[in-house]
Design a protein around this ligand. Structure first.
Ligand SMILES: [Cu+2]
Length: 311
């Protein structure tokens, strides 16, 4: 008597599929344009020169560069898909409760199979997953490595500080540690500001090579869309580009021991000439007494050798 749901689904499948394709097709370029102008969070926030968490912030941090913008785009796409699915399921549930209540439907249907319905609820979720998978894989490969890097920075996680090296800009290296709370100057952030920040030129594609000296750390700067493990005995590659001047903060986000909290990251994106000036000054400041290049990979190699000998 009442195979309404089955018939309804049969009739609705075509329009729903067409609607899904149309909606996602038109949404993707719109989202990309949106991300160019704004960035980040659920409600879209203005570009900022300050990449750091804020009190009561909701959503992602505003984007400071291209990789983060691409991440925010995918986040928005998936969020809207989730919203559409939630609204649809809630509406269907409400309608079923109302339409098939005991009073309105005293003799329930004994239908146990409906081919059209079963095909629909298999095929539609598969299509939704395909719609999510395509931009998702594109993003993974986009983040993977830079096409043409302007600059390489070696990053080494150590218990418990960061060690940075600029191999193609004078080959100097330095350590970076947080500023103690009692020494904070106005404008500096507790547990985020550091004594020796990373400095990069605005608009430059920065290749980041990560290694770990002792345990696994992770180099993570939300507003620049970069997160990479730093693993002893292994070099991993990723990249970022700061599209505007500013200070972008991050932290080690792999639990790495007692002072895991003690590993903030501060990146200063400055105009190219200011970067050159900083490089000249840094070459003097971080010069080694014997003039030898910093041996960034020496420590994990030694560690491995020791492990070998012990075996
Ligand atoms: Cu760490």
């Amino acid at each position: 008597m009442r195979r309404v749901i089955g018939r309804w689904f049969g009739r609705a499948t075509g329009p729903v599929l067409a609607g899904l394709f149309f909606a996602f097709g038109s949404m993707a370029p719109a989202a990309a344009q949106q991300a160019e102008r704004h960035s980040g969070g659920i409600f879209g926030s203005e570009p900022t020169q300050f990449g750091a968490p804020i009190a009561w912030g909701v959503g992602l941090q505003p984007s400071g560069g291209v990789v983060k913008t691409a991440i925010s785009d995918l986040n928005s796409l998936v969020l809207w898909i989730i919203i559409a699915i939630t609204v649809f399921v809630m509406a269907l549930l409400g309608w079923c409760i109302w339409r098939y209540r005991e009073k309105a439907n005293p003799t329930p249907s004994r239908t146990s199979h409906n081919t059209v319905l079963e095909v629909a609820w298999t095929v539609i979720p598969v299509l939704i997953l395909v719609v999510i998978a395509i931009p998702s894989f594109r993003l993974i490969y986009y983040q993977d490595r830079p096409r043409d890097a302007d600059l390489t920075i070696n990053v080494q996680g150590r218990q418990w500080y960061w060690h940075y090296e600029y191999p193609d800009h004078g080959n100097f290296a330095f350590d970076s540690r947080p500023i103690p709370q009692e020494d904070l100057q106005p404008g500096q952030l507790r547990n985020l500001s550091v004594d020796e920040p990373l400095v990069v030129p605005v608009g430059a594609t920065v290749r980041v090579l990560t290694t770990g000296q002792d345990v696994i750390h992770s180099f993570f700067i939300p507003s620049l869309g970069i997160q990479k493990y730093s693993i002893p005995g292994r070099t991993l590659e990723t990249w970022f580009r700061a599209d505007r001047e500013g200070v972008f903060y991050g932290q080690c986000n792999q639990i790495c021991g007692l002072n895991h909290w003690f590993m903030p990251i501060e990146v200063r994106a400055v105009p190219p000439d200011a970067f050159q000036a900083w490089v000249e000054q840094a070459k003097q400041k971080y010069a080694r007494a014997d003039g030898s290049p910093p041996a960034i990979a020496a420590a994990p190699a030694q560690g491995l050798q020791m492990a070998e000998t012990r075996r």
